[in-house]
Design a protein. Sequence first.
Length: 297
Amino acid sequence: MKNSNRMARGESFSFELETKKNLGQNFLTDQTILAQIVSRAQLHADVSHKFCVEIGPGSGALTRKLLEAGWTVHAIEKDPRAVQGLRTSLGEEFPGKLTVTEADILRFDTMELFSRASSQALCIGNIPYYITSDILFWFLQREKNFSAGIFMVQKEVGDRLASKPGHKDYGRLTVRMQLACEVEQVLVAPAKAFVPPPKVDSAVVELVPHKISLLKNEETEKFEKFTAMLFSARRKMLRKTLQQASHELFGAGLSEERFLSFADSASEKLGVAFTQRPEELSPPQILELFRLLKAER
C-alpha cells in the first residue's frame, strides 16, 4: 500500500486518493468539523429543498455526510481521479442522489443546472485556497441562484470577510462581500484537521445573499475601482482620495466650491466626514458615498 503523508485514507473518506499540491488539495478529515458543516447546511434545507452544489469534493468526506443527511448533491470536481472515485463509490451507494461533473468550477456553465432546479441551491465546499477569491466572486455573480454559500477558506480570508469597520482585516473584499451577503464566520478548523495539514488554520464562512442586492450590476465595475482607490490609501483622510476618484472614474475633478458642497451632502446624508479614513466607513456608507460622488460629475 502506498505510504504518503498526502494520502487521504481512512473512515473519513469514501476512497483513497493521494492529494495533489498543484490542485490545492487539502482534504478535511475531522469528523466533528464535518458534522458541524452539515449541521449548518441543514439550516438552509427548506429553501434549497436539500439540493446543493459542492465545489471540489475530492475524496468525498463532506459529500458522504451530505448524502447521509438526505441531500441531493451535484459535485463539480476538476480532478478526474476524484471524479471516478466518487462515481464508483458514493454514486453506487446513493443511486440517484449524486451527480458528478468533471469541470473547472470557474468555467462551469451553471445555466442548465439552475434551469432544472426547482428552487435555489445551497453552494458548499472546501475550496482550493489559491483560487479562493475567484470562487467567491464566481459565487457573487450567481448569488440569486443560491440560498447560501458555506465555504472552507483560510482563516485569514474568513477574518477579512466577516470583519467590521476599523478592524485591521477590514478592506475591499469585506465591503464587496457584505454588500451582497450576510457574512458569518461559523467555525475555525486547525491545520491538523486536514490531509495533508496546510501551513495555516482555516475557517468556515457562511454567505447568505441579501434578498435585494445593494450594489447594482451596472455599478459593479466602477465601484470595484472606487474601493481599490480608497483602500490603497486606507490610512489617509478621504478628502484627497475622493478628489482623485472624481477625476479618474468620472472624467473631471470637482472645483473647490463643488467639493465643499459634496462634503456637506456626505456629512448630512451619510454621516461621513472627509477627515475620516476609508477603513472607518461601513459598506453601505462607502456605496452611498460612491453614488453621491457619481451624482456630482
